[in-house]
Design a protein around this ligand. Structure first.
Ligand SMILES: [Zn+2]
Length: 247
């Protein structure tokens, strides 16, 4: 093995997987560990958007980009390879597994692997920071995010990032004694005013591009009741934090 096992305990299973650049073995080791439940009052909320996560920490509002230039380039390349392969299959349905076809498929698989690794690296750093710095974290139901993805994005690839985010948060919160609050999917975190709790409805609602009727921008939250004027993401983060405090 390239390294020795880092945990002492009973070895339960070994799973061999083939990835684009070789074979990997995943070892499951059972270890006993006690978890101290954090019962402090440091709360944050994570507002997930297509291009970034917004949250708040001790020093203020923060953003983590999920659409880095590198990921976008890989998404594009993957789409390109997929098209190439489809064309090859169509041109020669009975005998398409040529040397060329296999070489292109290997390139595609290597790019898939790179995407997964970049996404995981980004998510592990971000989630580690969240569970270290907070006692309670509120996250949104991310299933409706895909509706906001544009047609040029490799949607499945990008959507998997948000699926992984939720998964990692679930186990890391358990490990670190952090309370994870899943925000109800109908909670209007975008439409609600975090200052006075007024909720926008009908023509007043803010869409992705803002509000045409009131001529507000896409990144602006203007309350028609109390007059508060906030950054849209920061207002959403505040709403998620308030949700966490009462749920
Ligand atoms: Zn208001």
């Amino acid at each position: 093995m390239a390294e020795s096992v880092r945990w002492i305990g009973q070895l339960k299973t070994a799973t061999v997987v083939e990835e684009a650049d070789g074979y990997y073995v995943a070892l499951a080791v059972e270890v006993y560990e006690s978890v101290t439940i954090k019962n402090g009052h440091v709360v944050t909320g994570v507002d997930a958007n297509i291009a970034r996560f917004d949250y708040r920490d001790a020093t203020g509002y923060q953003s983590v980009s999920t659409m880095t230039a590198k990921l976008l380039r890989l998404y594009e390349r993957i789409t390109h390879y997929q098209r190439l392969l489809a064309r090859k299959r169509l041109a020669n349905p009975s005998h398409f597994r040529s040397h060329n076809y296999c070489a292109t498929r290997a390139k595609l698989q290597r790019d898939y692997q790179k995407v997964t690794r970049i996404q995981l690296d980004l998510l592990h750093k971000f989630t580690h920071h969240l569970v270290q710095a907070n006692d309670v974290v509120a996250i949104e139901d991310l299933d409706n995010l895909h509706m906001r993805m544009n047609k040029h994005l490799a949607k499945n690839l990008h959507r998997s990032l948000f699926g992984r985010f939720k998964e990692i948060m679930q186990y890391k919160c358990t490990w670190n004694g952090v309370k994870l609050v899943m925000v109800d999917r109908f909670y209007p975190s975008t439409q609600r005013c975090s200052q006075c709790t007024f909720v926008k409805t009908g023509a007043d609602k803010i869409a992705l591009e803002g509000n045409r009727l009131h001529r507000t921008g896409h990144d602006q939250y203007m309350c028609y009741q109390c007059g508060a004027n906030m950054r849209r993401d920061q207002n959403a983060v505040e709403n998620l934090i308030q949700y966490a405090m009462v749920n």
